[in-house]
Design a protein around this ligand. Structure first.
Ligand SMILES: [Zn+2]
Length: 282
């Protein structure tokens, strides 16, 4: 049996080194800021690393995700264009380094980092610096400057520790990698990280029960609630397709071909997901 450490090392190389294309995380990304509401912004870049969401209050800022460590200075420069308030909290949607890489630098500035207990455990296991200070099992609320953010873990999806950040007054959810938008970004089921093709649509269901208009994906441009519902449907269809193919005795190669041609999987997605998916969906 391949050891957990080996799998984790493979995953880390994949995520830190060659996610879809090479060189991500080696040099800072070019960032831009998208205004969603007067007090809510997305610090955006192409493809990788992940989006950062910023809520502004008169007692400080709450961020969702903080990109790779190498992006820290550029990220803070964008934050400073939005507000001079200090960052008070960062929520990590999951353990991947392109969403949590700035943790240690944030903590050095007295920022509280919030994540699911499972995500924290995986960060510790993979020796990532900046393990979260505050963890949750199912939900937690952050209250700051008269505003609030509700953080929910709805179950397994992209990993086993994904959380969604809900901004009820702004009618916005930040989904992390439970939702990605754009070509070149098929759903990535991180089986070594506890992801699940079967449970993912049900976990999105939890988010869809919330009252909101805008869904901020982990990667890609902000989208609508209808787009998120469509994404859930396509994930369900993908799962049904793999079950159907396996019931008809399709080979691993057949399923790989289908995932590549119909769902846009690339080497990286196949490597992380194919065997786990076949074992889960039979
Ligand atoms: Zn991820």
């Amino acid at each position: 049996m391949k050891s957990r450490a080996t799998l984790v090392a493979v995953l880390c190389v994949a995520l830190c080194g060659s996610y879809v294309y090479a060189q991500f995380g080696d040099k800072p990304s070019v960032l831009s800021t998208i205004k969603i509401k007067d007090d809510l912004f997305v610090i955006y870049n192409d493809l990788v690393p992940g989006n950062t969401t910023v809520l502004v209050t008169n007692q400080g800022l709450i961020l969702v995700d903080n990109k790779f460590e190498i992006d820290f200075d550029n990220l803070m420069a964008q934050v400073r264009k939005i507000s001079n308030q200090p960052v008070r909290y960062v929520i990590n949607t999951h353990y991947h380094g392109d969403h949590s890489g700035g943790n240690a630098k944030m903590q050095a500035q007295n920022v509280q980092v919030v994540a699911s207990e499972r995500a924290r455990r995986r960060m510790v296991e993979t020796n990532q610096p900046g393990a979260p200070n505050v963890t949750l099992e199912n939900s937690v609320r952050l209250h700051l400057g008269g505003k609030r953010v509700e953080v929910f873990h709805f179950g397994r999806a992209h990993t086993d520790g994904d959380v969604v950040a809900y901004f009820p007054d702004q009618r916005v959810v930040a989904m992390g990698d439970m939702f990605t938008v754009g070509s070149g970004l098929p759903p990535l089921v991180d089986y070594p990280g506890g992801g699940s093709t079967r449970e993912w649509p049900r976990s999105i269901e939890g988010a869809l029960a919330l009252d909101f208009d805008t869904a901020i994906p982990g990667h890609g441009k902000p989208a609508t609630k209808a787009d998120l519902a469509k994404y859930r449907d396509s994930l369900s269809a993908l799962g049904r397709r793999v079950i159907d193919m396996q019931s008809k005795k399709a080979t691993r190669a057949d399923i790989e071909k289908e995932l590549r041609s119909r769902y846009g999987f690339e080497d990286f997605h196949i490597q992380l997901a194919l065997d786990g998916m076949m074992a889960e969906l039979r």
